[in-house]
Write a protein that binds this ligand. Sequence first.
Ligand SMILES: [Zn+2]
Length: 407
Amino acid sequence: MRYSHNFPKTLKQAPKAAESVNHKLLVQAGFIDQLMSGSWTLLPLGFRVVTKINDIIREELDKTGAQEMLMPLLHPKEIWKETGRWDKARDIMYQLKKDDKEYGLSFTHEEIVMYLITKLYVSPKEFPIKIYHFSTKFRYEPRAKSGILRAREFLMKDLYSAHLTKDDMYKYYWEVAESYFKIFKRIGFDVKIVEAGGGVFTENITHEFQVLSDQGEDTIFYCDNCDFAQNKEIFKGKKGEICPKCRKGKMVEAKAIEVGNIFPLGTMYAEKMGGYYNDQSGQRKPVWLASYGIGPTRVLGTLVELFHDQKGIIWPKAVAPYLVHLISLGTDEQAEKVYRELQESGMEVLYDDRDVSAGEKFADADLIGIPYRLVVSQRSGGKIEFKERTASNSELLTLQELLKKIK
Ligand SMILES: [Zn+2]
């Protein structure tokens, strides 16, 4: 991609009202734009990062046998009335009226999934059912601050699984938990799995995937010795206390950002919506449901909170919008050749071919945060100056040496 054609360019300054690092850097570097409080456009660079996050999620979930689909966002009131959540979730759900009919804008899809299962499944042999989609979610937030971390409209991957038995539900529940660890590791996060309450979803204990960060709006308590961790809302103890699980470690209090969650919902949705099957003895039994979310746009913001310095963003390679940032300094012919050859080798290249100063190009490269910076100039004598985003020194390489090094 030629940066001269990239929409839009970097801004000279971060927006004045921005309070969080992700808001400042993502806007200034041209990844996102704010339409109104809690509502964001993913600009081409931001969309590339989110697409990579989604591809990682998709790859790992497909390995668990889950199938991707797409469900509507505008829901009839009646279906939410069945579970009682039309009233229970009134504070967070956007509800609207048109021609005397009432609708809700989706903040989740349990009701729709249960509707599909009761309508479309043929026999108990089809279970377990594992279906997911990536779609927009709407959620009323009185304080939509923290940049793209807390929005009123955001992207969500939500997976739903339906099972004949509780054991089968929990078996898959923990399989998805393992899958989530793989997803977040590939993205670049060190996550903690934290016990939490289920809010308007369930009365069961649920689990959140939390990334430690001072910008986090969640407070968690975790053991410094074992894997025990709980959200502040359900942890009864204090920091510094002995861990109730291993009895060796001490409990640590920390701020964290929730990037994913999993809910063992149980049979409530089936009981309320008629999701029953007949078992081998002919007994009528409700279906067990679980749901699993990851917020790709929140992941985007979290990446920036974690990976940045004074100069800008530092993208992990797996989710970077491009792998290399090629800069031409007055040697367009040679740079064009390098650009062509990098593309032919399958490399994702952002090529700054603008007629602006070297200083401006270097500052923009640091702000945008692509992992490898390449400079072609008179000084480099036919070679290419190679520098990692976080390195202070560069080295001169031939194109062949460069390809070998990056691959
Ligand atoms: Zn412990």
